[in-house]
Design a protein. Sequence first.
Lengths: 327, 222
Amino acid sequence: MIVVDRAPPYLTVQDAGRFGYRSSGVPPAGAMDQWSLAMANVYAGNRRNAAALEWAVGGGALRFKHETIIGLAGAEIDASIGDRPVQSPGPFVIRAGEELNVRALTARRFLYLAFRGGIECPVVLGSRSTYLPASFGGVEGRRLRSGDVIRSRAMALPQKHSTHGGLRQSAGEPDYNAATVRVIPRSEDAADQRHSGARDAAGDPELFARFVEQPYTVSAASDRMGYRLESAQPLTGVRASITSEPVCAGTIQLTPSGQPIVLMADAPTIGGYRIVGTVISCDLPIVAQCLPGITLQFERVSVETAHALLEQSERALLSILTASARA
Amino acid sequence: MSAAELQFLSLGDSAITVVVGDGISRERSADVTRLTRAVTNAKIDGVLDVVPSYASFAVYYDPRRLGHEMITNGLRETIALAGERSASVAAADTQGKTIRIPTRYDGEDLADVAVKTGLSRDRIVELHSSPEYRVYVIGFVPGFAYLGELDEALVLARRATPRKRVPAGSVAIAEAQTGIYPFATPGGWHLIGTTQVSMFDVAAPDPALLRVGDTVIFEPID
């Protein structure tokens, strides 16, 4: 059992997401940074998609009623367990009665905190992820507050567990310092295109070319639903409103102001703005970790390349899993 | 509708949008519904979700299990098979259920809608509760159904300033559509009534009351 001594401004339970209910209007939700969720779980000795805490905006403290291993990943932190400093990423043993005190998130946006044994909260529509807009999942469908109790199965610690933190960086891991994010243009056909009747849905190669020409700054108007982007030259002269279409996390839409928005984990399943393209799965964690004010440039990539990159990232995760199991 | 008439567009590396046509019409929506059901029923391994919209649908897949070619070929095959079936079977496929929504016409914006449309309260109720609406799309929030078409006399632009919180169960109109808010959420539609019917139940195996292709009838109650 874990007690929230002092809740940070934002703290929710998230896992890999909720699938199979999009046709009922239920977005996947889930961790904004799926790579860091997996890493935190690997450190804690859990399945990669187990439920963990997603922590943002400010500091807070958790008290552990039983001994466990915690896995930290994602944001960099100024933190300690008792008087021992801890860093992210890494695994740490925490003893019964000790407090994890996170004074501040010092770089990036979301910290993931996994406990060995996972988090016990009800599975709603196949997932433990908190979906705030409709108040379900996680703990009562809401942010955690001071005084809340998080249930976790107490599990015996392994005889030997590496608590040396930082597994070695390898190819296939997201580069959180990357200034360029890869996007599959809407005009990238998934198959040969014989009819060009549906102009609303079809891609606009010229729009994409203009889109990648300039850098964008992540706006303060960004949350789990989407990150608004700002550029020096709004992409005007294009009809932004279209007949609504299915969208997903990573989809970049053009709003009527000519500024784009990147849809994120909690975005509605259907959107009525023109689709410019979609950020590839491997690079979505990089976007998710951008704080307002960070500047990004976008570049074109094909579906085939995106799939090859995803395979590489899977291999990287597998090798980390293997290394962690051996440690 | 054969596979050759459709347009396949990528929606990132984990989804494909199949474009069936343009615009909003019952005929187009019926085509989308039929194809969506065919793809859903094909239970292609690695397909996570199939989501219909007005003139297109998206197939979400796990790229770790399904390659680019596998998914497009699988979709083409399924759609070709669906196209071979007789028109009568196709019609039966798009037939949804009919749901009656007992509605108290006591919405906060009813007086305002009367002023803007120049209609009496009784006439608004009559016009809103007469049609058999089709569920075109589910989205915005879980279980929110976009129903059409609203009588032309009731067509109004969305409110200039959206409300920060619309109560759950609000029956509302905007442009040529009507809908019911399943949750208390922000919203820009005109509130004309309320219903006790639960639109979304997380504990149910099929959580949304309505599906695309269903028919909805509003029944005025006092």
